[in-house]
Write a protein that binds this ligand. Structure first.
Ligand code: ZN
Length: 152
């Protein structure tokens, strides 16, 4: 189980084999930036809330390591969720990694080689059902929207 932070979503061009989760705040941030990945990832993106108990532990630890001021509430919630789910954090944020390390929570950098699998997307018109290799705002044939599908 991987727990993704916002930076992971912004920099990833691959999709993990494992299940992955993020706290609600990450999705809020992606929505705020209108990140196109939200549409691409929709089927596999799972959202889970963290417990207040874990959040409290994370805040206490971040205070100890001196990272609290550098971490947003969303960042903290990523670590809290990883604690709840016993997951591995996927983040390039140094402060997140530092607190995770201090709490014994496993983490990986987004750029780490060896864990990823390159993936490609195909796009399918939701109107006429035609497949495309590239994404268009609307289908050139019928003008409907498109949906991303992961290539097998
Ligand atoms: Zn079409």
């Amino acid at each position: 189980m991987l727990i993704l932070d916002t930076s992971a979503f912004f920099t990833m061009d691959w999709i993990p084999d494992e299940d992955f989760l993020c706290p609600p705040g990450v999705v809020d941030e992606l929505e705020r930036y209108e990140d196109p990945r939200l549409a691409l990832w929709d089927e596999r993106l799972k959202i889970s809330d963290y417990t207040e108990d874990s959040m409290k532990k994370v805040k206490e630890e971040a205070l100890k390591t001196g990272d609290l001021g550098r971490l947003s509430d969303v960042d903290l919630s990523v670590i809290a969720l990883a604690l709840d789910m016993k997951g591995t954090i996927l983040s390039d944020d140094y402060s997140i990694q530092n607190v995770a390390k201090s709490m014994g929570i496993p983490y990986r950098s987004v750029g780490t080689k060896g864990i990823q699998k390159k993936f490609k997307w195909n796009y399918r018109c939701i109107g006429c059902g035609k497949w495309y290799k590239e994404r268009y705002d609307e289908c050139p044939i019928c003008g409907s929207g498109m949906r991303a599908h992961r290539k097998k």
